[in-house]
Write a protein that binds this ligand. Structure first.
Ligand code: NAP
Length: 249
């Protein structure tokens, strides 16, 4: 059996996930790049991982769909061994107040951001935990500073979904603390990626700079550095941590 240990990065085709894939490869990980729609972008990230001398595979799956998540992990099992997970896939939506939000919006938001992360973590725990005969391995969840700020008038559904990720991170970290699996989260502030355009505000990263103590948006690489540190043995006594990467916000 191929015992290559892969880091699975959900939503690895763009933005923060793509930066995590590149930096993880530089740190020595083989990388499985998950995506939903843009296979070409995922393949381009995989090519960069291979150029760094590591193995890479691309895995299409909607993390909110249990059957697709299970099939994704089964495909990874056929290529090697899961060594760690970054729950990065996430969505925002257009700015609305709660009194304007539809049920469909709330279900999509929580389906991808919360249940998707929990389904992927469940599949990972079944492979990584020593309780299940695994060799251990880290999990990093990508939360948001919105979980502290609430995002009123913008997308408090998103903020609430990230609040759930924070609590999930703390609970799972304690549940797995003696099973070789550290679980941590990063909470990015305003990071310059496509996500703002997907919420109908392509200029948001620039517009928000006066609100940021450092007076600039962050980069995907600045978040990826924190993720890759949390994945590393350098973070061997860090579990259940929520690491803000916000330029001081
Ligand atoms: P992005 O540029 O919009 O990229 C999102 C990624 O997630 C893409 O690779 C996308 O794949 C994937 N994705 C979306 N829905 C998915 C699903 N249902 N299943 C699997 N993959 C899915 O976003 P980003 O800014 O890099 O954000 C990454 C994470 O950081 C998210 O969890 C976000 O909430 C968090 N975050 C971002 C910021 C920020 O300011 N950018 C701040 C705080 C937190 P496809 O392209 O194939 O659809």
């Amino acid at each position: 059996m191929d015992t290559t240990r892969f880091l699975l990065v959900t939503g690895g085709s763009r933005g923060i996930g793509a930066a995590v894939a590149r930096q993880a490869a530089a740190a020595g990980w083989h990388v499985a790049v998950n995506y939903t729609r843009d296979g070409e972008a995922a393949e381009a990230v995989a090519a960069e991982v291979r150029a760094a001398g590591r193995r890479a595979i691309t895995l299409q799956a909607d993390v909110a769909d249990e059957a697709q998540v299970e099939a994704m992990f089964a495909r990874l099992d056929a290529e090697g061994v899961l060594g760690g997970l970054v729950n990065n896939a996430g969505v925002v939506d257009v700015a609305q107040r709660l009194d304007e939000m539809s049920l469909a919006r709330l279900q999509r938001m929580f389906g991808i951001n919360v249940i998707g992360s929990m389904l992927c973590a469940r599949a990972a725990v079944r492979r990584l935990s020593t309780r299940h005969g695994g060799a251990g391995g880290p999990i990093v969840n990508v939360s948001s500073v919105a979980s502290r700020l609430g995002a009123p008038g913008q997308y408090l559904d998103y903020a609430a979904s990230k609040g759930a990720i924070d609590v999930f991170t703390i609970g799972l970290a304690r549940e797995l603390a003696t099973e070789g699996v550290r679980v941590n989260a990063v909470r990015p502030g305003i990071i310059d990626t496509d996500i703002h355009a997907s919420g109908g505000q392509p200029e948001r990263a620039q517009q928000m700079t006066p609100m940021i103590p450092m007076q600039r948006a962050g980069t995907a690489d600045e978040v990826a550095s924190a993720v890759v540190w949390l994945l590393s043995d350098g973070a061997s006594y860090t579990t259940g941590a929520l690491l803000d990467v916000t330029g001081g916000r």
